[in-house]
Design a binder for this molecule. Structure first.
Ligand SMILES: Cc1ncc(COP(=O)(O)O)c(C=O)c1O
Length: 396
C-alpha cells in the first residue's frame, strides 16, 4: 500500500490522489461508500474504545464515518494542517466552530464583507446569545488591531471576499491575534488551497464550503475545517451536539471531486484572469474587481499570499441593472445560477440574488451596486468563454 505521509515534496495533485490511501481498508481503487450507521465491536473492550475516541469513524455515524475521514485527510494534507473534520455544509462548519469557542460576554472581530450567512450569524444570531461583534474594513490591517478588546476571543476572516474581492492581510492578522491569545479563522472557500494556504500565514482554523471548488461539480453540500488536533477535537465535540453531519454519499462525491481540484482550479484561474482583462478593456464596463489585475488596489498583497488569483471576479456595468439582465440573457455558456466553484461557469447579479436576504443597509455595506455582476469561471475552454462574453457585451 502506498503511504505518502506528510511528505511535502509531492505535488498538489499527487497529494490529492494519495494522501488518504493509508485509510483504505479494502481492495478497491475507488473508495467505497460506507453507508452503515453503526459498526460492530468484537468485544466489550473494543466497544469502550470505539465509542469514546474523538473523531472515531468506526462506532456511530454522528461520531465519524470512514468515507468522510478520507475526505478530511485529503483536505488537511492539502492545507498543511494536522487534522480535519467535515460538516453537512459550509454554514454547518462556521456555526459549529463559533459555538465551540464563544460564550456570552465574548467579543468577535469580523469583516464588513463576508459570505451572507456569516454576516447574518455575526449581525443577528450571535447578539441573541450575548456575543458582540465589531466589523472592520478588511483592507485596513490596522483596523483589526483597533477593534480588538480585552474580551476578543476570535477574529473571523474571509479572503478574497465576494463580491468586493477585497483581501485580508493574513500574516498581519495572525501575528496580532497570537500576541493576544485570540483564535483566527479563515474562510478559504474562494481562494481554495491550490491558490492560498492560510495555515502557512499563522491562521489557526481554515474553513471551506466544500460545496464549491472542493466538490467541484454543483452536486453536493459539505463544509470542512482544518486545524490542529486539539482545535479539531474541540469542534468535533461540539458537533456531537449540533449534528451537522455530512451524508456518506456527499463525502464520497466530494472525495471523487477533490481528486481533480488542482486541474480544475488552474483552468478557472486562467479563465478568470483572461475574462477580467477582456472586461477591463470594454467600454461597457465601469470597473472590474479581480485580485489578479494590476489595477486591483491590493494586487501586491494578493501576490504575497496567493499563488493564483482564483476563479471569481465581479464587475460593474455602466448600463446598471437592465444592462446586467440583457448581458446575462445573451450569454450562451455561463448559466444564471448562484453556487459557484464547479465545472460550469455561473453568473449572477448580486443586487437580485441578495435582495431578498440582506437589508438595503447591508447591501450598501457590501458594495452591491445595481450594475454589479459576479462571474465565477468554470473550466470551459478559454477562447469559447471569451467569445461568448464579447458577443454578450455587444448586445447591451
Ligand atoms: C465563501 C462562502 N462561505 C461559506 C458558504 C456557506 O457554505 P454552504 O452553502 O456550503 O453552507 C458559502 C456558500 O455560498 C460561501 O460562498
Amino acid at each position: 500500500m502506498t503511504k505518502i505521509g506528510d511528505n511535502n515534496s509531492y505535488g498538489l495533485t499527487t497529494k490529492l490522489l494519495y494522501s488518504d490511501i493509508d485509510l483504505s481498508d479494502d481492495w478497491s481503487v475507488s473508495p467505497p461508500i460506507h453507508q452503515s450507521v453503526n459498526a460492530v465491536a468484537a468485544d466489550a473492550e473494543e466497544f469502550a474504545d470505539i465509542s469514546s475516541v474523538p473523531l472515531g469513524d468506526k462506532f456511530y455515524a454522528r461520531h465519524g464515518n470512514p468515507t468522510t475521514s478520507r475526505l478530511a485527510k485529503v483536505i488537511s494534507s492539502l492545507e498543511g494542517g494536522e487534522s480535519g473534520i467535515i460538516f453537512s455544509s459550509g454554514m454547518g462548519a462556521i456555526t459549529t466552530t463559533l459555538l465551540s469557542f464563544l460564550k456570552a460576554g465574548d467579543h468577535v472581530v469580523a469583516q464588513t464583507n463576508h459570505y451572507m450567512g456569516t454576516t447574518e450569524m455575526v449581525t443577528h444570531v450571535l447578539p441573541k446569545y450575548g456575543i458582540e461583534t465589531t466589523k472592520v474594513d478588511q483592507r485596513d490591517a490596522l483596523a483589526f488591531e483597533r477593534a480588538v478588546k480585552p474580551n476578543t476571543r476570535l477574529i473571523l476572516t474571509e479572503t478574497p471576499v465576494n463580491p468586493s474581492m477585497h483581501i485580508t492581510d493574513l500574516n498581519f492578522v495572525s501575528e496580532l491575534a497570537k500576541s493576544k491569545g485570540i483564535i483566527t479563522f479563515c474562510d478559504n472557500t474562494f481562494a481554495t488551497p491550490i491558490n492560498q494556504k492560510p495555515l502557512e500565514f499563522g491562521v489557526d482554523i481554515v474553513m471551506h464550503s466544500a460545496t464549491k471548488y472542493i466538490g467541484g461539480h454543483h452536486d453536493l453540500l459539505a463544509g470542512s475545517i482544518t486545524a490542529s488536533q486539539t482545535i479539531v477535537e474541540q469542534i468535533w465535540d461540539m458537533n456531537m451536539n449540533v449534528g451537522a453531519i455530512p451524508s456518506p454519499f456527499n463525502s464520497w462525491l466530494a472525495l471523487r471531486g477533490i481528486r481533480t481540484l488542482e486541474l480544475r482550479v488552474l483552468q478557472q484561474n486562467r479563465n478568470a484572469q483572461a475574462i477580467a482583462e477582456l472586461l477591463e478593456e470594454s467600454s461597457k464596463v465601469n470597473q472590474v474587481y479581480y485580485p489578479g489585475l494590476k489595477s486591483h488596489p491590493q494586487h501586491g498583497l494578493a501576490q504575497k499570499q496567493m499563488s493564483g488569483f482564483g476563479g471569481l471576479l465581479t464587475f460593474d456595468l455602466k448600463g446598471g441593472y437592465d444592462a446586467g439582465v440583457k448581458f446575462i440573457e445573451s450569454l450562451k455558456l455561463a448559466r444564471n445560477a448562484g453556487s459557484l466553484g464547479g465545472v460550469y461557469s455561473v453568473i449572477i447579479q448580486p443586487a437580485s440574488m441578495f435582495a431578498g436576504r440582506l437589508t438595503k443597509e447591508l447591501l450598501e455595506e457590501q458594495g452591491i451596486t445595481s450594475g454589479l455582476i459576479r462571474f465565477a469561471a468554470g473550466i470551459e475552454n478559454t477562447t469559447d468563454i471569451l467569445n461568448d462574453i464579447e458577443q454578450a457585451l455587444e448586445q447591451i
